[in-house]
Design a protein around this ligand. Structure first.
Ligand SMILES: [Zn+2]
Length: 125
């Protein structure tokens, strides 16, 4: 059996702390030692949707193991997926809802492309 992964991080208020490291965490290479203990956060690798150089959406697994907030959309002790630009942390049901909304939006974009193509070839109004 392998030892649980841990990570040791400097904090402004508790000094160096060693905490369990989830397998999905992408690491803490950008950790700020002035971070408060309550603000420590694990983040996974970002899943980005970038088009023409603009980042339209970004999502990543996050968990704040010492958070005091009980508002799930602000992140917390339960892992969630943080979504930019929503600035919310979603649970699985909410993330499936977002994916469904994006599917619907993609369909509307295809309809708009069809309408534009027809208009450009003289078939539309
Ligand atoms: Zn971590």
């Amino acid at each position: 059996m392998t030892e649980p992964r841990t990570v040791t991080l400097a904090t402004a208020d508790h000094g160096k702390v060693t905490i369990p490291e989830p397998t999905w965490c992408a690491g803490h290479s950008h950790h700020d030692p002035n971070t408060q203990h309550v603000d420590l956060i694990h983040a996974g690798h970002a899943v980005d949707c970038t088009h023409l150089g603009t980042n339209l959406f970004s999502a990543e697994l996050v968990q704040s193991p010492h958070a005091t907030s009980s508002a799930p959309h602000l992140g917390g002790r339960t892992p969630g997926v943080s979504v930019y630009p929503l600035s919310r942390t979603l649970d699985p049901v909410q993330l499936y809802d977002l994916a469904a909304a994006l599917d619907g939006y993609a369909d509307r974009l295809r309809d708009l492309a069809d309408q534009l193509a027809a208009t450009l070839t003289g078939g539309g109004q």
